[in-house]
Ligand binder design. Structure first.
Ligand code: F6R
Length: 619
């Protein structure tokens, strides 16, 4: 997730550059792949931007010093549209005279249409980003109305998607204008200076006085004033608050660990991954993949390759992909794929899933698939990483950087992206389920709000986790899409709480694992919705009875209002109702919360478990 800083300070100190670069350093924890600054000085925009870490930007500034200035903006970018290059780094300039500089966090969904409009007017573009479109629109609007706040208002009313924008104009020393929709922005209130940031970490070294910015609001800061209006132009009041965190807490948004923060970020991770995937008629569009639609439509087999949590996201998505496309879909551990003499040819689509895009096992599987002539698509969270570069096409999850070693928000974003791909394929093929695609997309858009609701009901799950801190073994059962969720729930507990945990397909119980059940053995059961076809629900309820009869302690994750489980459940954890295939985006949440809380109760390092690395770049 990008980091954003804006600053206006007093004439006497002219230290905007220092404040901004320091703010960017404090936002480094958000993850980024390029950085840049723009200052207003002597009627011009003085800017520097560089791919890579902040050290590269600092070196660039040391080599080409920036003029003194009171006013500026700074950005750390996590690439979405366009790779992590110097050109795509922010700020982006607008207007024939480059007098506007703009930075952006989020995704402008309708940037294609807007770019065409500007190209037709003769505007030239220097980057592949959606952001540059907003910069050019802002310059055009400013030329018309001569007021940066009003120009911003005109622009935001043309943008669709999620964005925080910050802009300066060369003729306006002492002013930064910002706007926000579905993306974070907070104001820092100083004495004779004011700040803007993605979060309070950006300015916590200078002031603890802050102000919230609501959805769809525009903020104009000068050194002495802050003005807020709505996108419709009506004046608004920001809500002041005092920051009580120190700098380290601020990085984690006040949470105890990055993992907890990332679990809570899942509504945004899912909705951002859905952004820009449909056109105005509701049809799916995956232009960003730049893949030959004819070749894709001819695919007769899909193989998903991935490791760990990403593998479980593939196992989950398989059910939806096969249902919607009627194409057989196999899910292989990437490190096994090469050695199993896979039956793959040019009509096979090999989909790799990787948060980091650098997992060596997955990379090798993709290379092998290409050697065999397969079409390869990478589902990845990291722009410009090796796996998407080595694939024919990439479909990015927009979960933002994941810092905790245990993957959480990347998992739900990966399932979402796989579903988008499956639905797109179904639409391309026009089969019996093509009609369903738009309906499922509509339902998917409702999921983030349901996850948000669920996240607010996790107190009991945390209590159970604390109570179970001394547990030595936990089992997880699920059926259909609940099966990979059981596997992922067990993996989370193993990796961060170091507890023996195993996931099983509930139907497999009677074939062996039921022998493990003894009095007091805790078992989580992921129950399908009562509305799931083929009596699946009833069969899982029978499984719960079987293990309860043998003394298991049953922790049942089920749909709200499911009364059939009540007589056999020691604990019921309810999740909002949604259709069967989308339920995993909800049922995994309590299991993530459980693992994080239990690991914390044991006094373990939740974010950096022993023996594990975030990115596994060896085979
Ligand atoms: C588990 C976890 C790992 C990764 C796996 C693949 O919480 O994080 O199992 O999912 O190492 O990593 P990526 O997705 O980066 O390829």
């Amino acid at each position: 997730m990008c980091g954003i800083v804006g600053y206006v300070g007093p004439e006497c100190s002219e230290r905007a550059l220092d404040v901004i670069v320091e703010g960017l350093a404090r936002l480094e924890y958000r993850g980024y792949d390029s950085a840049g600054v723009a200052l207003v000085a002597d009627g011009e925009i003085a800017w520097r931007k560089k791919a890579g870490k902040l050290a590269n930007l600092r070196a660039e500034i040391a080599e080409h010093p920036e003029p003194f200035s009171t006013t500026g903006i700074g950005h750390t970018r996590w690439a979405t549209h366009g790779g992590p290059t110097d050109e795509n780094a922010h700020p982006h300039l607008g207007g024939a005279d480059d007098k506007v500089a703009l930075i952006h966090n989020g995704i402008v969904e309708n940037f294609h249409v807007l770019k065409q409009e500007l190209l037709a007017e003769g505007v030239t573009f220097r980057s592949e980003t959606d952001t540059e479109v907003a910069a050019q629109l802002l310059a055009r609007a400013y030329a018309e109305v001569g007021d940066l706040t009003e120009a911003m208002r005109i622009v935001v009313n043309r943008l669709e998607g999620a964005f925080t924008l910050l802009a300066v104009h060369a003729d306006l020393p002492g002013t930064v204008v910002a706007a926000r929709r579905n993306s974070p922005l907070v104001i820092g209130l100083g004495e004779g200076e004011n700040f803007l940031g993605s979060d309070v970490a950006a300015f916590i070294g200078h002031t603890k006085q802050a102000m919230e910015v609501d959805q769809d609001q525009i903020v104009t800061i000068t050194k002495d004033a802050v003005e807020v209006i709505g996108f419709d132009g009506t004046p608004a009041q920001g809500k002041r608050f005092e920051v009580t965190w120190d700098a380290a807490q601020a990085e984690k948004g006040g949470h105890s660990s990055f993992m907890v923060k990332e679990i809570l970020e899942q509504p945004a991770a899912i909705s951002d991954t859905l952004l820009g995937r449909t056109d105005s008629t509701g049809a799916l569009v995956l232009d960003e993949m730049r893949i030959d639609a004819e070749r894709l439509a001819a695919v007769d087999k899909i193989v998903i390759v991935a490791c760990g949590t990403a593998f479980y996201s593939g196992l989950t998505a398989k059910y939806g992909i096969e249902h919607w496309t009627r194409i057989p879909c196999a899910v292989e551990l990437a490190h096994e794929f090469r050695y199993c003499d896979p039956v793959v040819d040019e009509k096979t689509l090999v989909v790799s899933i990787s948060q980091s895009g650098e997992t060596m096992d997955t990379l090798m599987a993709v290379k092998h698939a290409r050697e065999l002539g397969a079409l390869t698509i990478s589902i990845c969270n990291t722009h410009g990483a090796t796996i998407p570069r080595e694939s024919d096409a990439a479909l990015y999850t927009h979960a933002g950087p994941e810092i905790a070693v245990a993957s959480t928000k990347a998992f739900t974003a990966q399932i979402t992206a796989c579903y988008v791909l499956g639905l797109y394929l179904a639409q391309l093929r026009g089969g019996p389920h093509a009609q369903e695609a738009q309906e499922v997309m509509r339902e998917l858009h409702e999921v983030p709000a349901k996850v948000e609701t669920l996240l607010q009901q996790m107190d009991r799950v945390r209590e159970i986790a604390r109570f179970m801190a001394d547990t030595r073994s936990v089992l997880f059962l699920g059926r259909h899409v609940g099966y990979p969720i059981a596997l992922e729930g067990a993996l989370k507990l193993k990796e961060i709480a170091y507890i023996h945990a195993e996931g099983f397909a509930a139907g497999e119980l009677k074939h062996g694992p039921i022998a493990l059940i003894e009095p007091g053995q805790p078992v989580f059961i992921v129950v399908p919705s009562p509305s799931t076809p083929y009596h699946l629900h009833d069969k899982v309820v029978s499984n719960i009875q079987e293990i309860r009869a043998r003394g298991a302690r049953t922790l049942v994750i089920t749909e709200e209002g499911d009364e059939a489980v009540l007589p056999f459940a020691d604990e019921v954890i309810s999740v909002p109702a949604t259709s069967t295939l989308l339920a995993p985006l909800l049922t995994i949440v309590p299991l993530q919360v459980f693992a994080a809380e239990l690991a914390a109760a044991k006094g373990l390092d939740v974010d950096q478990p022993r023996n594990l690395a975030k990115s596994v770049t060896v085979e």
